[in-house]
Ligand binder design. Structure first.
Ligand code: NDP
Length: 341
């Protein structure tokens, strides 16, 4: 099976007809040229940034998908054949450009070997040790100058990035306020140790909900959603506060005519706020990557860190699994299972 982009779609609400699902011949080891591997896909990572790649590039960090070509994303798989000296049959591998296909061929430069570790399931190389979890680590632990005792607000707090920010912040002695879009998600974020969690869809005024949760104001806002929530957070920031501009999911699937434009930007100046912007792909070859792997795998093994995966079965369901993110239908880090180990 191969999931391809059928056509570039406009910004705005995406539908399944952006995708084309085809039955194709699987590549065989005879098709390999030097330095390539044949990979069987185990899991694919379903991430919000893929929505932007369905439309014309807006000049962001990743290019649009190409019509007629397979979609790609982070993934984890098994090497079935190799002409590379770096990989052998049976190796568990991961990478950021896995094709949405059952089997595919990649250059040895596009994958890395996953160390065999009985505590980490293959799906969790996209989960607790995956890209969004690393994003939480870089955005919170590494760049926002947090201090114990400060108050942090986290939006999309039950999601792939958010659930890890909540736990890292609690472990470092911050007071954590989470926001999530259902009562089950609120309960989950509380179970991770957050001090106050509210349902942003039913709370009425966002400004008031944040104010009630943080009467003294917010020191750090970890922004996963942008839009109206960012404005409400800006209203509640303390002097010298910091905003980790991680993502804007509320705006990825919205047409330009209805896009929300942040209004409270003057507060950045009047409250002397600092905005940290980052793209996680820039951090994989820095020392912080090994720090993340060491700290988070040890915490996960001890049981101090939890990680909620949301698994959808079947490659043919990957397009819907992606569109669901924009309606909050995922609960935890969404992955698609393509085949068994
Ligand atoms: P999630 O696992 O959190 O899934 C998306 C969640 O976002 C949904 O479940 C939903 O949760 C929430 N959501 C959807 N639409 C809206 C909306 N209109 N308003 C508010 N919340 C909404 O996704 P990730 O954790 O993978 O990603 C979180 C953010 O981090 C995204 O913006 C993403 O682009 C960004 N990111 C940035 C990276 C970087 O390099 N800077 C790298 C990776 C991710 P709920 O039910 O609670 O509303």
């Amino acid at each position: 099976t191969s999931v391809k982009l059928d056509r570039i779609i406009p910004l705005g609400s995406a539908t399944l007809d952006a995708f084309k699902i085809e039955t194709v011949d699987s590549p065989t080891k005879d098709s390999l040229v030097s330095g390539q591997v044949l990979v069987r896909t185990l899991y694919l990572s379903i991430d919000p940034y893929s929505r932007m790649r369905l439309s014309e590039s807006q000049g962001g960090a990743v290019p649009s998908f190409v019509p007629g070509k397979p979609i790609d994303s982070f993934g984890v798989g098994i090497v079935e054949a190799s002409t590379s000296t770096k990989f052998s049959e049976g190796d568990l591998v991961t990478g950021s450009s896995f094709l949405w296909e059952t089997r595919f061929i990649l250059s040895e430069n596009n994958i890395t070997k996953v160390p065999s570790n009985a505590d980490i399931t293959p799906a969790n190389y996209l989960g607790v040790l995956g890209m969004p979890s690393f994003t939480a680590y870089v955005g919170f632990a590494s760049i926002c100058n947090h201090k114990a005792g400060e108050t942090i607000l986290v939006s999309a707090a039950s999601g792939a990035v958010g659930q890890m920010v909540v736990q890292l912040a609690k472990a470092r002695g911050l007071r954590v306020i989470g926001a999530a879009g259902s009562n089950d998600k609120v309960d989950f974020v509380k179970s991770l140790g957050a001090d106050v969690v509210f349902n942003y869809k039913t709370c009425g005024s966002l400004q008031k909900a944040i104010k009630e949760a943080a009467p003294e104001g917010v020191d750090i806002y970890f922004d996963n959603v942008g839009g109206e929530f960012l404005d409400a957070a800006l209203d509640n920031m303390r002097m010298n506060g910091r905003i980790v501009a991680c993502g804007n999911i509320s705006q990825y699937n919205v047409a330009p005519e209805t896009a929300y434009h942040t209004k409270n930007t003057d507060i950045v100046n009047s409250k002397k706020l600092t905005l940290y912007d980052f793209v996680i792909l820039d951090y994989y070859d820095r020392p912080v990557y090994n720090e993340f792997i060491d700290e988070v795998s040890a915490g996960f093994k001890r049981g101090d860190i939890q990680y909620k995966l949301d698994e959808v079965v079947g490659l043919e369901n990957a397009p819907q699994a992606l569109l669901d993110l924009f309606e909050g239908k995922n609960f935890g880090k969404r992955v698609v299972k393509v085949s068994d180990l």
